[in-house]
Design a protein around this ligand. Structure first.
Ligand code: ADP
Ligand code: TYD
Length: 199
């Protein structure tokens, strides 16, 4: 089973993923967690180019670098884990590319982004995607104590477009479970558990 978590920076993905992992661990299920971009040696190197540098990266280069990091993670880590029937939890997956590089950066039209996503994910799609929805203002409050990475330096207009991208996906993709992430950590966790497939 492949479960992805999505939403803008600071929406609570890491917090909820840890709680869900603990839940599966207690049930004796085998579960692995990877973050995007990253999760494998090559993908972590690409992550540092994308997030840590001050380089002026062209929107199409950015799109292809996120996609390159993804293909490497999927082939090296995700597909082997799925073959062993493990539960794979992804802290971001290709919906981030649609929302950030498609709607946010407006790099290329959505249909083209989705074609690239299918290539970069080697045809793998999530069974379930939890979309933790918060406003840009709430995101800013929650991440105020952290240093901004290259993506987070984009302003409010960019993030409003990213949110509209996630809203578009939430309407068009049946696997999307949208959760009001301004609720308490516990309430969100309970909603996530309620939406897991039985068994
Ligand atoms: P993400 O992985 O999506 O960037 P985090 O899980 O790291 O988000 O959460 C960002 C910050 O917000 C952390 O300081 C975390 O403790 C806090 N946080 C997470 N969930 C909630 C919530 N439901 N309500 C208030 N604060 C939260
Ligand atoms: P990270 O610190 O991992 O995420 P978060 O801030 O949500 O905890 O940063 C990843 C950043 O990269 C985040 O700003 C979203 C962005 N991103 C894209 O723009 N496109 C993508 O395809 C992915 C996977 C991430």
């Amino acid at each position: 089973m492949l479960i992805s978590f999505e939403g803008i920076d600071g929406c609570g993905k890491s917090t909820q993923i840890q709680l869900l992992k603990d839940y599966f661990d207690k049930k004796g299920k085998q579960v692995v967690v990877f973050r995007e971009p990253g999760g494998s040696a090559i993908s972590e190197q690409i992550r540092s180019i994308l997030l840590s540098s001050d380089a002026d990266i062209h929107p199409v280069s950015e799109l292809l670098l996120f996609s390159a990091a993804r293909a490497q993670l999927i082939s090296e880590k995700v597909e082997p884990a799925l073959k062993e029937s493990k539960i794979v939890i992804l802290d971001r997956f290709y919906d981030s590319t649609t929302a950030y590089q498609g709607f946010g950066r407006e790099s290329v039209p959505t249909e083209k982004i989705q074609a690239i996503n299918a290539i970069a994910s080697l045809g793998n799609t999530p069974d379930l995607t939890f979309y933790l929805k918060i406003s840009w203002e709430e995101s800013k409050k929650r991440t105020a104590h952290l240093e901004e990475d290259r993506m987070e330096k984009a302003g409010k207009d960019f993030f409003e477009r990213v949110i509209s991208g996630y809203d578009f996906l939430s309407k068009s993709e049946e696997r999307f479970i949208e959760i009001d992430a301004s609720q308490s950590i516990n309430a969100i966790h309970e909603t996530i558990l309620m939406n897991l497939p039985q068994g």
